[in-house]
Design a protein around this ligand. Structure first.
Ligand code: CMC
Length: 428
């Protein structure tokens, strides 16, 4: 029997249906609320509002669970394969060997940028923020590639997805090379996805960068762990833009802009800046914790806290373990890892963080891992974006194949002046 909840508005009682998700998550369906009562709900940062039904990612924030298409994230960690996860997120199931091979070939076939797009880099100042370059260049893909595609046509959508997932890595590497005034390194069709990205970042014309299996695995892990996270800020942005039927490139470019913010993907940069400051003696871990707790100070303990997780973020756990593994393998020590560990311990024993259930999130350890690979801080959020792209594409597609999708258009409670007359200039 359909579960309902009763809502009493004045002398009227209405019954609202309850929607139940696969894992028993319950939501009150208020789609008829305004029609029936004239009222809307008020939920400013959408902390209690489900905006869609989705089959892609499941999170239980209380228990610290994250699953892609039902598979626990930990099960991808031993042999992380970003390309496989990307396909699975977009098309709903693990690919068969021939499907994965076909998608890999499509990635290879699409790794170059149109020469016109490549020349645009000549006009970008060398110190331009890489996230601005990424967003602009993703958007500019519509100059050169078909914009309107049918999400229902799996073959053409696979091509569009491959185009984006492949080119984003070339764009990212080219923007890094541009910032250093180094020549662009073209992709090498013989390399796998992550190795190819590192090759384009770090090879020089007379010396090929050779990636070790540990680094290739670690980068795959970083990308896999960032690949989707249901209705986060950037994904909601992609869905909002997509709901107006804007094309996939434009929608993902908007996602990059949202991700750039320091409360979202930009937090991985803030974490390293914070750890560096502590390392250089500019601030002690205690100062850092004190500043984060001080409500008159806008500072936050970056890499801590999450809207959904009220437990240890499972991605942070895997990234922390990978930091230890990679640094040991490289026989390298990073003082920032020790500082991060101490900071984590201090925060997890501080009543402020305990009471608010603030734990390390994905951004707390990812930067240390990216640093170990030689990736500079200003490229961290770009790496987050490369990882998140399959999630954005999957969510955009899911939204478009759902015939019931309408343009996303929230309402508001108006609190401005009541009706007032226009006052002519001479009377003001
Ligand atoms: N440092 C200090 N206090 C915090 C922090 C933090 N990192 N995070 C939350 N709080 C406090 C917050 O001030 C509030 O306190 P009070 O109840 O006294 O007003 C309480 O904890 C609840 O936090 P909130 O602001 O309601 O949480 P939110 O869901 O609106 O924000 C967040 C989530 C991730 C933006 C926030 O935790 C934060 O700013 N964290 C630091 C930035 C960060 O690491 N972002 C990456 C998020 S994970 C990856 C991603 O999505 O990109």
């Amino acid at each position: 029997m359909q579960e309902t909840v009763k809502l009493i508005v004045g002398d009227q009682t209405i019954e609202l249906p309850v929607i139940v998700g696969t894992e028993g998550e319950r939501a009150i369906d208020i789609t008829k609320l305004r029609d029936q009562t004239g009222m809307i709900t008020y939920d400013p940062s959408l902390g209690n509002t489900g905006v869609c039904r989705s089959e892609i990612t499941f999170i239980d924030g209380e228990k610290g669970i994250l699953r892609y298409r039902g598979i626990p994230i930990e099960q991808f960690a031993d042999h992380p394969n970003f390309v496989e996860v990307a396909w699975m997120l977009i098309f709903g199931r693990l690919p068969k060997p021939d499907e994965l091979a076909r998608f890999s070939s499509l990635l290879t076939a699409n790794e170059l940028l149109h020469e016109g797009l490549k020349h645009q880099f000549d006009h970008i100042p060398p110190d331009a923020p890489p996230m601005a370059i990424l967003s602009a260049t993703l958007n500019n893909l519509s100059f050169y590639h078909e914009q309107f595609l049918s999400p229902q046509d799996e073959e053409s959508f696979e091509l569009a997805a491959a185009r984006l997932i492949s080119k984003v890595r070339t764009i990212a590497a080219f923007s890094y090379r541009r910032s250093l005034g180094l020549p662009f390194i073209y992709p090498d069709p013989n390399l796998r996805y992550c190795a190819n990205f590192l090759h384009m970042m770090f090879s020089i014309p007379f010396q090929q960068y050779i990636v070790t299996p540990e680094i290739e695995d670690a980068l795959n892990l970083v990308f896999v762990l960032h690949a989707d996270h249901e209705q986060n800020c950037s994904t909601s942005t992609v869905r909002t833009v997509g709901s107006a039927r804007a094309n996939l490139f434009a929608s993902c470019a908007a996602g990059v802009c949202a991700l750039w913010g320091p409360l979202h993907g930009g937090a991985n940069v803030e974490v390293i800046d914070m750890l560096e400051r502590i390392h250089q003696g500019g601030m002690s871990p205690e100062d850092c914790i004190r500043a984060a707790k001080d409500k008159s100070n806008p500072f936050r303990l970056f890499g801590f806290g999450h809207r959904v997780y009220k437990n240890y973020d499972p991605r942070a756990k895997l990234l922390k373990a990978s930091c230890d593994k990679v640094l040991a393998k490289l026989r390298r020590q990073d003082p920032l890892l020790d500082i991060a560990r101490k900071l984590e311990e201090a925060a997890l024993n501080d009543p402020y963080f305990v009471e608010r259930k603030l734990y390390p999130n994905v951004d707390f350890y990812s930067g240390i891992l990216l640093r170990a690979m030689g990736i500079p801080t200003n490229m961290f959020t770009v790496c987050f974006a490369i990882g998140r792209l399959p999630g954005w594409i999957a969510q955009w597609r899911e939204q478009h194949v759902d015939a019931s999708t309408r343009i996303l258009r929230p309402r508001q409670v108006y609190t401005g002046p009541a009706e007032s007359p226009y006052v002519p200039m001479e009377d003001r």
